[in-house]
Design a protein around this ligand. Structure first.
Ligand SMILES: NC(=O)C1=CN([C@@H]2O[C@H](COP(=O)(O)OP(=O)(O)OC[C@H]3O[C@@H](n4cnc5c(N)ncnc54)[C@H](O)[C@@H]3O)[C@@H](O)[C@H]2O)[C@@H](O)CC1
Ligand SMILES: [K+]
Length: 216
């Protein structure tokens, strides 16, 4: 069967279906997403895990990234979280992940760091929830990351890439690999999206298109 490639709207609809109808808690999906990312960080030799910087945005993409930081820390892999945006405006799951990370004592910074002390960057700024051009402090962070020339793993969609068209909305992360959740995304198959994404790995984290479930 041909690979199913989906839009942002479908990604949200399938997430909602999996959470509300299949009953898989959102945080469980997030944990699976984070585990898939850690697996690729360890498998892909481009990623040097001497000191990983997870750059987290305010939504669930950021939540995935914060969970990645926790899993790395539990594996004794040095990791720091760079939190972008206002802490008071995090999604519920991102806020929960941040509280847990804080409780584990994972370093969380909010100021722009010097990047030469890091060896790999995880882009968890925006995923399929990107709705407008990346500007302001988010745009500055993307510029700073791209200028560092470090290996980057993007979670779900590289920040700044339109999930549906692959167009760059303002500025986009240039990743070595993108681990995208459950289904490939249309935007990652177009020229600009492909270039920003690097190698695309589809991780099956249990999110389902209801049309593909035969026993339901
Ligand atoms: N539990 C879940 O629902 C799951 C979520 N997942 C992850 O969650 C992501 C989707 O999460 P969200 O829907 O929260 O979306 P995002 O985390 O992509 O971003 C949404 C947030 O960013 C803001 N935003 C959008 N564009 C902006 C811009 N240009 N400048 C400033 N703020 C901007 C929105 O207002 C919203 O607060 C996926 O890409 C995936 O990584 C996956 O882990 C699967 C499970
Ligand atoms: K991302």
């Amino acid at each position: 069967m041909a690979e199913q490639i989906i839009t942002a709207k479908q990604a949200h609809a399938f997430d909602t279906y999996t959470i509300e109808h299949l009953g898989v808690p959102s945080l469980v999906l997030m944990e699976h997403a984070a585990m898939a990312v850690v697996t690729r960080l360890r498998e892909n030799p481009e990623f040097d895990l001497q000191h990983t910087l997870v750059v987290a945005g305010p939504g669930n993409n950021g939540g995935d990234g914060i969970a990645v930081a926790r899993l790395l820390m539990l594996q004794h892999v040095p990791v720091t979280i760079w939190l972008l945006g206002n802490r008071a405006h995090l999604s519920m799951q991102a806020a929960q992940q941040l509280t847990i990370a804080d409780n584990y004592g994972i370093p969380i910074i909010t100021e722009t760091p010097v990047l030469d002390r890091f060896s790999t960057i995880v882009d968890a700024i925006f995923g399929v929830g990107l709705t407008r051009p990346v500007t302001g402090s988010f745009g500055d962070a993307v510029k700073h990351i791209n200028a560092a020339n470090l290996p980057v793993l993007a979670i779900d969609v590289p920040t700044g890439i339109d999930t549906d068209t692959g167009a760059i909305l303002g500025i986009a992360i240039a990743a070595n690999e993108t681990v995208t959740m459950s289904y490939n995304k249309v935007g990652l198959t177009t020229a600009t999206g492909k270039e920003a994404a690097g190698t695309v790995t589809v991780a099956n984290i249990g999110i389902y298109d209801p049309a593909t479930l035969t026993n339901n």
